[in-house]
Design a protein around this ligand. Structure first.
Ligand code: HH2
Length: 273
């Protein structure tokens, strides 16, 4: 399986690492401190050296209850960093729910759109088609981090997430988006029980066809399972969760701790590959 990203080709015959670069003052994971372009570039260079296959830049925290950010402020945070990162030679994805931000990021040359709004906004679909850029379609019960946890109610979480992802993917591809990546959206309007059910049955989402992305890095689920309260200290739990996801078909792992995951994947690939 291969993913074409505007000139870059990502070989997904084995799991790949997407390094998280949060250009935010308030990310839950404690790593949102790369507001300064130089610091962001340095962080991206480090992740590349540690084995990141692509970098995901985001200017809005979407943790449960996070305060919204205006499109203007998000652009001020993300666009200069994106510009600085493009010459790195790695595909750069932009994590945004806003068409205003996506439009400028795509015009600058972003290689992948990561929409935690799940392409509910038709303008995102049209932009991805216009710029022939693949999109990560992530599930959340509503496109609103402030209220999503109130919607954590599912009869069968895996069936509902799969249904949403299938519908959104079909709509996007029919509208001319060149490729999609599917993501269950761990932690987005989901309780521990829902997240575990999704992880255990991730193979059902992999069976939908498009490549699957899993993002459990440092998340509350890891804290709830391990009792580790500080997100920065949830590295081993995150690695375990991501290897479980890879075993069930995840092909892109969205991680803060690239070196640890790269080491784990070297062993995992030797055994499972
Ligand atoms: N999780 C977060 C943000 N973006 N994108 C995708 N596709 N999948 C995810 O699971 C996902 C995501 C939340 O993590 P983080 O960026 O570290 O935190 P914050 O939103 O607080 O900046």
């Amino acid at each position: 399986m291969k993913l074409e990203l505007r000139g870059h080709v990502l070989d997904l015959s084995r799991p790949r690492l997407m390094g998280v670069l949060n250009v935010t003052p308030d990310s839950f994971s404690g790593d949102g401190r790369y507001l300064d372009v130089e610091a962001a570039l340095e962080r991206a260079r480090t992740m590349k050296a540690q084995g990141a296959d692509l970098i995901d830049v985001g200017g809005e925290s979407t943790r449960p209850g996070a305060a919204p950010v205006s499109a203007g402020e998000e652009k001020r945070r993300v666009l200069p960093v994106l510009e600085a990162l493009l010459p790195l030679g790695l595909p750069i994805s932009v994590d945004t729910r806003k068409p205003e931000v996506a439009a400028e990021a795509l015009a600058l040359g972003a290689h992948l759109l990561n929409d935690v709004g799940g392409l509910r906004d038709g303008r995102m679909v049209r932009l991805a088609a216009e710029y022939q850029t693949p999109v990560v379609i992530m599930h959340s019960p509503v496109n609103d981090p402030q209220t999503m946890m109130a919607h954590a109610r599912y009869a069968d979480v895996v069936r509902e997430v799969a249904g949403f992802l299938r519908r959104q993917a079909e709509g996007a591809l029919a509208a001319g988006v060149p490729a999609v990546v599917l993501d269950p959206g761990f932690g987005f309007g989901k309780t521990l029980k829902h997240n575990l059910e999704l992880l255990r049955r991730l193979d059902e989402l992999a069976a939908l066809g498009p490549p699957l992305l899993a993002g459990l890095s440092r998340k509350r689920t890891i804290g709830e399972l391990t009792g580790v309260t500080e997100p920065e200290k949830r590295v081993c739990g995150s690695v375990a969760a991501h290897l479980a996801a890879a075993r069930r078909g995840a092909r892109i792992l969205r991680v803060h701790d690239v070196a640890a995951h790269n080491q784990a994947l070297a062993v995992w690939n030797a055994v499972e590959g």
